[in-house]
Design a protein around this ligand. Structure first.
Ligand SMILES: [Zn+2]
Ligand SMILES: [Zn+2]
Length: 261
């Protein structure tokens, strides 16, 4: 299984996952033009994409879904509750309403299982993606990690995990107080400290690859997120680079297409 984070953050999210001749997108929050430009830049073949699996109906995850589905002739896999919101807001009509949604869906060699996370959309999920060889979990908009979500992530080989904000930067930054409370709350976003403590547990459980994602442009920097997680790992006697590969997904640049180790 190979992964490429095409865009990550509040200006748009899209992750490309490939196994054999099939690929899926998790979210599509970019314009079609921007998505195609980025995909071409790192040599992705978007004609391999069989579906767009949507985590929730916030704009940064869904605004490009319909345009992509229309052009590439694929459907979106989305919870019925998110779809109801998405229909109204963005006219996402190409939905694969698998019932029950939580039972998951297959795409080529891959099987995608959604799992509930706490966030302030109508219904938000992370995804576990398995291809019989490797398992990836992606969870990028969540206020905290529940026991069940943590268990899924611990069983993965690679995890794309939110590391949204530095607590000090958020607290002392320019956001209005209610927004600060929302972001830091249980239905908001994971801080760097949260990602660090979860990251340590994941590596101790056997996760070999950790991608820090959905970083705030205003209340974080890639270096701050990376340093926070690496410091916590080092303190827990984990050797980053040997025991685990830690990278940071960018809002502006796609990552390389990377094989899960
Ligand atoms: Zn988001
Ligand atoms: Zn969100």
């Amino acid at each position: 299984m190979k992964i490429c984070t095409l865009s990550s953050g509040s200006k748009g999210n899209c992750t490309y996952i490939e196994s054999g001749s099939t690929a899926v997108l998790i979210d599509q929050g970019l314009s079609l033009r921007e998505l195609e430009k980025r995909a071409q830049g790192v040599g992705l073949d978007l004609s391999k994409v069989r579906m767009v699996a949507v985590t929730h109906e916030h704009t940064d995850h869904i605004k490009g879904v319909q345009a992509f589905c229309d052009k590439y002739g694929v459907k979106a896999f989305i919870s019925p509750i998110s779809a109801a919101n998405a229909y109204a807001k963005y006219a996402v009509t190409s939905c694969e309403l698998s019932v029950p949604f939580d039972g998951g869906i297959s795409a080529g060699d891959m099987f995608l299982t959604p799992f509930r996370v706490h966030h302030d959309a109508a219904y938000t999920v992370g995804y576990q993606v398995e291809d019989g060889k490797k398992t990836l979990c992606i969870a990028t908009d969540l206020g905290y990690v529940t026991a069940s979500a943590g268990k899924r992530m611990c069983n993965a080989d690679a995890v794309i995990l939110e590391s949204n904000h530095d607590k000090f930067m958020l607290e002392h930054g320019k956001y209005p107080y209610p927004l600060k409370v929302r972001i830091a709350g249980k239905n908001g976003h994971l801080s760097n400290d949260d990602a660090a403590s979860v990251g340590v547990k994941l590596v101790q459980a056997g996760v070999k690859q950790l991608v820090l994602a959905h970083l705030s442009q205003d209340n974080n920097t890639p270096q701050t997120a990376y340093n926070t997680v690496i410091s916590a790992m080092t303190a827990a006697h984990i050797r980053p680079g040997k025991d685990v590969a830690v990278t940071v997904a960018s809002q502006f640049e796609p990552s390389l297409l990377t094989e899960i180790i």
